[in-house]
Ligand binder design. Sequence first.
Ligand code: AMP
Ligand code: MN
Ligand code: MN
Ligand code: MN
Length: 291
Amino acid sequence: MSQLSYKPESCGELPFSDLHCHSCYSDGELTPAELLKGAADKGVGVFAITDHDTVVGVREFKSAAVEYEIQAIAGTELTSQWGRSMVHIIGLGFDETDAALTNYLKKIDELRLVRASLISKRLCKRNIPDLLPRALELAGSGQIGRPHFAFAMVEAGVVNNETQAFNRYLGAGKIGDVKVDWPTMEQAIDIIHQAGGIAVLAHPTKYNMTFTKVRLLTGAFSEQGGDAIEISYPGIESGHLLQLDKLASKHKLMVSAGSDFHKRQFHWTGIGKYPRYSSNNPHVLSKLLQD
Ligand code: AMP
Ligand code: MN
Ligand code: MN
Ligand code: MN
């Protein structure tokens, strides 16, 4: 495949897509229907919902998509462990009712609940009021994570904004960064495959790793059966985008791209917003749209 250019007005061989996006069922603010409306306004033709460690929004997403000329893709962003690093593996185009996947996600749900309770206990030690009830309320029927604590902290006046909450209390190495045993990267890849989906290594340059380590990560991901890597997403430098594209060629991985949209107030993301690029590697859409 040659010179793919992903832009709304000129579809080239493939439609304009956004394959990484969060709803209110994880740490995003919009409902699936609101996301779809935003995507339609931006000319997105293929759109995936990829909430962290959950698929609860997928059915609603697919049925709301009927109103638009948008192909809705089932997705999720699985939290996993590679050595001592936490890495995110996106699953796309799977059967969201798959029993093994349901069971896998139920276990992560339990893990996240245990972690949430530990986070609130640790924060209490810093004289922060008990934020667990509010964080649970914010999470609703979806997944609970550190961003819900960050939001609750802003509401409680503990910090001025969510970034400050991460910088002071929740980010890597801070008191609220509670370590739990996430499934391994290989288990995440396997469960996506079992459910009939494509496994994509999310935002490889966003794990605070040297690029040498990113190369090792990509190699391991490929050896473990991974299918694709995200090469374009907000904040990526153009040099890194090219290097990731080369890594994709080297390991025979497909490429993917997405906005990682969470909230309108996060000015660095927007639905359908990620650097345009050209790649000679096959795009995940070429596989997703076959089915
Ligand atoms: P969790 O899944 O509970 O570990 O939370 C991870 C999520 O927190 C990521 O998906 C981001 O959306 C969000 N996040 C991570 N770091 C930051 C940060 N420094 N500022 C704001 N949000 C962050
Ligand atoms: Mn997130
Ligand atoms: Mn992520
Ligand atoms: Mn994400």
